[in-house]
Design a protein around this ligand. Sequence first.
Ligand SMILES: NC(=O)c1ccc[n+]([C@@H]2O[C@H](COP(=O)([O-])OP(=O)(O)OC[C@H]3O[C@@H](n4cnc5c(N)ncnc54)[C@H](O)[C@@H]3O)[C@@H](O)[C@H]2O)c1
Length: 250
Amino acid sequence: MTERRTAVVTGGGSGIGRAISLRLAEDGFATAVLDLNEEAAQVVAEEARQKGGEATAFAVDVSDRAKVDAALEKVRETYGPILVLVNNAGITGFKEFLKITDPVWDRIVAVNLSGPLYCTQNAVPDMIEAGWGRIVNISSSSAQSGQQYMVHYVSTKAGLIGMTKSLALELGPKGITVNTIPPGFVDTPMLRASEERGLLGGSVDKHADLTPVRRPGKPEDIAAAASFLISEEAGYITGQVIGVNGGRNT
Ligand SMILES: NC(=O)c1ccc[n+]([C@@H]2O[C@H](COP(=O)([O-])OP(=O)(O)OC[C@H]3O[C@@H](n4cnc5c(N)ncnc54)[C@H](O)[C@@H]3O)[C@@H](O)[C@H]2O)c1
């Protein structure tokens, strides 16, 4: 077992989760890269190790409580108690409101909202025991602005913001901070897939022109904010919604 604190990043195999995993490994955490796509998580963990960090990949489907419990138990066996949790795994969806079926609604709620619940309920006892912990939930700027054809997705992300604020009140006295970053317009495979399917209402370049800082976000922009929220110095910041969106939402 290592002396390093252990950090878990869900959805660490791609995009924002990949950048957060690499950043936390660089920051000195023993980083558990969890993803449904185990191969992708392995590539990221290997990349982190190549850069001198400590990281291991674990397969998980965050929508399945038994699988979450099994994966996080393996993390503990490898690295010890989990003191940092980044709930990042998520799926998107575009559907006219009246066409949102029960299976579509249930799946997006299971991954985007129940997933963070299962992971957090599993990890929090370790943080309470240590008297220190950091939880960062990756929500979405769409929950600040609303987004047409995304009622199901936005509902889950708004729920995650509510979970963050309420949990911060419960866990603050125990030395644990809980914050959320709602990213907006970050250049990841998720964003490019939406562009390809014509779901963005224009190209990424067109949206960049409409963004105050005149560029799409980079996954590293989100990772930098997560790194700060997880740092010792951020101990007085909890229950907050820290937008990283190039000025698109204020
Ligand atoms: N890219 C953006 O502009 C943007 C904007 C707002 C919010 N977000 C949020 O940021 C987070 C990361 O998004 P991204 O753009 O990096 O997406 P991405 O699709 O590139 O990566 C998401 C990762 O989550 C994994 N994943 C999906 N379902 C899972 C499950 N059930 N269990 C475990 N892992 C699972 C995927 O395999 C993938 O590796 C998501 O929660 C997303 O909603 C992204």
